[in-house]
Design a protein around this ligand. Structure first.
Ligand SMILES: [Zn+2]
Ligand SMILES: [Zn+2]
Length: 315
């Protein structure tokens, strides 16, 4: 299961922690000011995903690397075009003469297009980005695959979809066999498509195929976050492709419906537009996030009401 925790208070900028149930490693989505983000959580990050580098999404990046330097770990940072230059500038604005080159390594993945991801490596004390490779996928580890859409916000704004890997469970009740190491072998045969593999249980040899009925495939949870974006057809076409039927999606809803003129000028979304596109994407659950800082709690309630009305409306 994947879980998102919003670490910013009302009127703070945005930062979201994403956790997987089976791992102590977490992901961070954007680096806005976030009073609720702890040092321990920062030190548990294996990857940071940046939607875009407007100051409200990137101002706390220093606060993040402050607690990572010295860990000796490799941390991935994904972000839009030129993210490697912006990270380089931020890191170079400090003095690093006392820091060893093994204190940390960042692997920056710059999203040039849907199919082109430039991978850079950057280390102390000189922080000079070095192009390592160009690849056609963004991020995959043991637990998740991350898909994305490049949205128009008068600059690229990356919306990310975290797709937990499918899992296989053993149906203990229907088995009739004693548990043993054969269950692991059977799961491996299933995952690797080896239906002819021989599995020995209590002295008898079976074909894996005949035992697959004892397994259930569980679709992985899909959790998305869509940050700043203009209300326009080209953005919506991309969202409908990537986020279709996702389990949970958090979506930028910067303005109230009555302020939608500002949304247009600033390439942002507003309450009923965000609700409607989430409905059109047929996502199971959705939560509006990232409201203009001039809004009060009552304004936010108004946004949420209009959002959920549009999200649940039947045509
Ligand atoms: Zn923005
Ligand atoms: Zn923003």
């Amino acid at each position: 299961m994947l879980q998102a925790e919003i670490k910013s208070l009302l009127r703070e900028d945005i930062s979201i922690l994403i956790k997987t149930t089976n791992s102590g490693k977490h992901y961070l989505y954007d680096c806005g000011e976030a009073s609720l983000l702890t040092v321990k959580e920062i030190q548990s990050l294996s990857a940071v995903f940046i939607s875009h580098t407007h100051i409200d999404h990137f101002s706390n990046f220093d606060g993040i690397f402050r607690h990572q330097i010295g860990s000796g770990e490799k941390i991935v940072i994904c972000g839009p075009k030129n993210i490697h230059h912006q990270i380089e500038s931020r890191l170079k604005s400090y003095t690093w003469n006392l820091v060893d080159e093994n204190a940390i390594e960042y692997e920056i993945r710059e999203i040039v297009s849907e199919e082109e991801i430039n991978v850079y490596r950057i280390r102390p004390p000189y922080w000079k980005p070095e192009l390592v490779t160009t690849q056609n996928f963004l991020f995959e580890d043991e637990y998740v695959n991350v898909d994305f859409a490049i949205l128009d916000h008068k600059t690229d704004s990356i919306a990310y979809l975290f797709k937990e890997k499918d899992s296989v469970t053993f149906n203990e009740n229907g088995s009739g066999f004693k548990k043993g190491k054969w269950i692991g072998e059977l799961k491996a045969a299933f995952e690797n498509d080896q239906s002819e593999k021989e599995i020995e249980i209590e002295g008898t040899v079976y074909k894996a195929f005949d035992l697959f009925r004892l397994l259930t495939k569980n679709a992985g949870y899909r959790l998305g976050v869509i940050m700043d974006h203009a209300v326009c057809e080209s953005n919506y076409d991309k969202l409908k492709t990537v986020f279709k039927r996702a389990d949970m999606v958090y979506i930028e809803t910067f303005y109230k419906d009555e302020d939608q003129e500002f949304a247009k000028i600033n390439y942002h979304s507003f309450a009923s537009a965000s609700g409607k596109i989430m409905k059109d994407c047929q996502v199971k659950e959705s939560v509006p996030i990232h409201f203009s800082r001039r809004y009060t709690e009552n304004d936010v309630t108004e946004i949420e009401t209009a959002f959920y009305k549009a999200f649940s409306e039947t045509n």
